[in-house]
Design a protein around this ligand. Structure first.
Ligand code: GDD
Ligand code: MN
Length: 367
């Protein structure tokens, strides 16, 4: 009997992708060229992109066993895509690289050599060491943002790293598996998440690369992603004592109280009675809160279509109870011209915990 081909991959390259159809085939070709002589595989993790990135990956996979594809439905998120892709690997080493050709795949063999030699647990592609370059960062705003974020993140790291925001790195899979259960998994910053949660800490080697301009399509980094980044750092500060989602939820709740008070003041100014103005203000605040939570707090489980309406209905119905507590706060503030009393603060805490419990269990429950 002919023995089966046992050339299992030594290196899995995980590629998070969303709407990267045009970049899939060029990336595979570049990997093929860069990784000659290495047993590798590539795992595209696509969040059901409307441009059918997954179908494109499968088309290539049909004629190249080194190409794999993981299609996730009803989910969004770079970090969680990377985590799930990496956990589907059985190779010794895992690399993470963007699907838009911005990272330099020709650095992969050097990164692998460092790991094989045991010089590091993780090798990070850096735009800011040696002759690395961040030329591909679109515009001054993105560059400033990147520099500011890096300085901020460095305050939280025990060993200084020049590019902790890098989305381009390679590590031992056994180390990844050990850290995986502790990862927050939200937002963009999977590398920071890994570095924060590694016990014992990862030995890091950074190697320079040139960050290229995006090949096709557009960046998915936006204000919401940045908010999630802030959440990751807050979580770090609180040592995981409070779930990051709860913090986001409470912050949204704070915005809701602001909306409520503003609408109430407006209603009163327009001559409405307190109860009418407050009822309208409450409904408005709840709708704003629902929308913010749906796009921010529960971004990865965002409700759409009929689920959105069902979610809004449930949210309004049950959080209406929370709003009764809120009414107490508003009345104290508005009518007595008093600052937040202890009772008001207690009411707010009860309301946010109640609303959060309803949201997790009924509105944005994991499907
Ligand atoms: N599966 C999945 N789901 N993939 C995603 C998602 C998502 O929700 N959002 C983004 N991606 C994929 C993109 O398709 C791309 O392949 C990669 O993640 C990076 O996303 P970009 O939108 O291109 O991000 P960027 O170029 O602004 O920033 C990247 O490069 C920086 C510098 O290395 C990211 O990798 C940053 O983390 C990194 O700091
Ligand atoms: Mn990019």
């Amino acid at each position: 009997m002919k023995s089966p081909d046992l050339s299992v991959p030594e290196l899995s390259i995980v590629v998070p992708c969303f709407n990267e159809r045009a970049n899939v085939a060029p990336l595979v070709a570049k990997l093929d060229e860069a990784l000659a002589g290495i047993a590798w595989e590539v795992i595209f993790v696509d969040d059901n992109s409307p441009d059918e990135t997954a179908a494109e990956a499968r088309r290539l996979a049909a004629r190249d066993p080194r190409v794999r594809c993981l299609r996730r439905i009803g989910r969004r998120g770079l970090s969680s895509a990377v985590i799930e892709g990496a956990l589907s690997s059985s190779a010794t080493f895992i690399a993470v690289i963007d699907g838009d050709l911005q990272h330099d795949e020709t650095r992969l063999p050097l990164m692998l050599a460092k790991l094989r030699a045991g010089e590091a647990d993780i090798v990070i592609g850096s735009r800011y060491v040696g002759d690395g370059a961040a030329a591909g960062l679109a515009g001054t705003f993105r560059r400033r943002l990147s520099a500011g974020g890096i300085r901020f993140a460095q305050m939280f790291l025990s060993t200084p790293i020049s590019d902790p925001m890098s989305g381009f790195f390679m590590l031992r899979r056994d180390r990844f598996e050990a850290i995986a259960p502790r990862l927050a998994g939200s937002g963009f910053k999977i590398l920071l998440d890994l570095l924060f949660n590694a016990k014992p800490g990862l030995r890091v080697v950074e190697i320079p690369y040139h960050f290229r301009p995006r090949a096709a399509g557009e960046s998915k980094l936006d204000a919401l992603v940045l908010t999630q980044f802030a959440g990751l750092l807050i979580d770090r500060l609180l040592h995981g004592a409070v779930p990051p989602r709860f913090i986001a939820f409470a912050a949204v709740g704070g915005v809701g109280v602001g909306v409520n008070l503003a609408a109430l003041a407006l209603g009163r100014a327009l001559g409405m009675g307190f109860s009418l103005a407050q009822s309208i203000a409450t409904v408005l605040a709840m709708a704003v809160n629902f929308q913010l939570n749906n796009t921010l707090t529960y971004r990865d489980q965002r409700l759409r279509g009929s689920r959105l309406w069902r979610g809004l209905f449930l949210f309004m119905l049950f959080c209406g109870f929370g709003a009764i507590a809120d009414l107490g706060i508003a009345r104290t503030l508005y009518e007595e011209h008093n600052s937040l009393t202890v009772a008001g603060a207690a009411g707010a805490i009860i309301a946010v915990v109640w609303n959060y419990a309803i949201s997790v269990t009924l509105v944005w429950r994991a499907r």
